[in-house]
Write a protein that binds this ligand. Structure first.
Ligand code: ATP
Ligand code: MG
Length: 435
């Protein structure tokens, strides 16, 4: 006897409310994206391994132990994307998108990391991603952060804090890096193994180490001293955020380990998801595109985990329900039922056919599907070219001629759609006879 296949560890299959929550996050993202003028882009799930290895850095957890990489049938090393930024930067160069700079783009989809699955942490997870490429101005950082903050607000996510820091420009950062190496090297033996290993290559990462052995030395590390230019840049970002009404907390230990990160670094964090508290993270990565062999191209972006956001959204903005359930009562009524379904759907009324079980069962199913109406068609209705409309909320039943049905349902569903109210736009709710 063969057993049924099981899912890959760290992957999810969603149905019903879970799927609705997931898509509510995407719908809000797509709405807010347009408010901020971010163009939608699509990039491949697979890229040459070098795209991630060169941009994300060999010393990062993602590249050193989390990537899904394999040789394809022609022996090329391919990687399932662990994030979006690298692929978008690759496309920016290979697709000639430089001509559109500054380019504001947004996308979402699956990403893959070989991690230990737990609450809010999967091997196939999904990200929302927003990037502004080819803009070195602090206004870009403000726009990007305001977008993120508004998205979280529209999702009704409470208790998130924007933590903000600056990593300075190349000069301030290089100087600080050297000071950190010196500081940590003088305590080398007392640091965690991980931190000892990354001391020279990635000393900034020790600052946000979760290991208790590292914490006292992170706390006593010398602070970064910004150049005047870097100071001005950060002041402009903060002033813009204040003006845009985006609240933040400064956090001098929020870092990005890799050298191509400059200036702004940020995370939106929550205390609601235990250890997986970061819901959105990003920063300015002015040196990344050079890493791929491109020209100097300043850019800033963020990514957010859809699963983590979906766990936190408040009230679901309307569960998916159908408006009407069409019930043919005898075999000859089936053709009329399909004809009716087509007419309803063409007029933006969602409908399905209840074709299984006795009439009582079919009505029960319509009610539990949230339908407002059952449309019954039997021999008598066929003879009169009518249908029987049962209002499932009140129980009232009326006969309606086939030609009047869509108008009748429309008016019952959207009683206000025929009225003119100053300043209110019933988009998509225009009555069929108003056209
Ligand atoms: P963490 O510290 O939680 O591992 P990270 O620094 O690896 O996060 P980023 O690379 O900044 O995460 O990715 C951006 C966002 O993507 C995270 O804030 C999180 O919401 C989400 N994310 C990252 N990895 C996973 C995962 N394995 N499962 C679910 N969501 C994830
Ligand atoms: Mg991670």
């Amino acid at each position: 006897m063969s057993s049924t296949p099981q899912p890959i560890r760290g992957t999810q299959s969603l149905l019903g409310e879970d799927a609705d929550r997931f898509h509510a996050v995407i719908a809000a993202f797509d709405r807010v994206r347009r408010l901020y003028g971010f163009k939608r882009v699509e990039v491949p799930v697979i890229e040459p391994t070098a795209v991630f290895a060169r941009t994300m850095g060999e010393t990062t957890d993602v590249v050193s132990k989390e990537m899904y990489s394999f040789d394809d049938r022609s022996g090329d090393s391919i990687t399932l994307r662990p994030e979006f930024t690298a692929g978008i930067a690759r496309a920016y160069l290979s697709e000639g998108w430089q001509q559109y700079a500054p380019l504001k783009v947004a996308t979402h989809g699956p990403a893959f990391r070989y991690e230990r699955p737990q609450k809010g942490r999967f091997r196939q997870f999904h990200q929302l991603d927003a990037e502004i490429i080819g803009a070195g101005e602090p206004q870009a950082d403000v726009e990007l952060l305001a977008f993120g903050a508004q998205l979280l607000a529209e999702l009704g996510i409470e208790g998130v804090t924007l933590k903000l820091n600056t990593l300075g420009d190349v000069e301030s950062r290089d100087r600080w890096r050297a000071q950190l190496v010196e500081h940590f090297a003088s305590h080398r033996a007392d640091l965690s193994e991980d931190s000892q290993a990354r001391l020279e290559k990635n000393p900034l990462r020790i600052l946000d180490s979760k290991d208790a052995r590292d914490k006292p030395f992170a706390a006593s590390a010398p602070p970064m001293v910004l150049t005047a230019e870097a100071e001005d840049f950060f002041a402009a970002v903060r002033a813009g955020l204040d003006a845009a009404g985006v609240a933040y907390e400064l956090d001098s230990h929020l870092v990005r380990g890799l050298d191509y990160y400059r200036h702004t670094a940020f995370e939106f964090v929550t205390d609601q998801l235990g250890a997986q508290g970061t819901v959105m993270a990003g920063g300015r990565y002015d040196g990344l595109i050079e890493q791929l062999g491109g020209p100097h191209t300043p850019a800033v972006g963020w990514a957010a985990g859809i699963e983590r956001l979906a766990m936190m959204i408040g009230e679901l903005p309307g569960v998916e329900i159908i408006d009407a359930s069409v019930i043919p009562l005898c075999p000859p009524a089936e053709a009329k039922a399909f004809e009716t379904l087509t007419a309803l759907r063409n007029h933006n009324i969602s409908a399905d056919m209840a074709f299984r079980g006795n009439v009582k069962k079919r009505l029960q199913r319509a009610v539990s599907a949230g339908a407002s109406f059952a449309i019954l068609i039997g021999d008598e209705e066929l003879a009169l070219d009518e249908v029987s409309v049962k209002h499932l909320h009140s129980g009232k039943q009326v006969s309606v001629s086939v030609s009047e049905l869509t108008n009748y349902l429309w008016k019952a569903l959207y009683p206000l759609s025929g009225m003119k109210i100053e300043g209110v736009n019933f988009v998509g709710n225009e009555a069929p006879d108003a056209a």
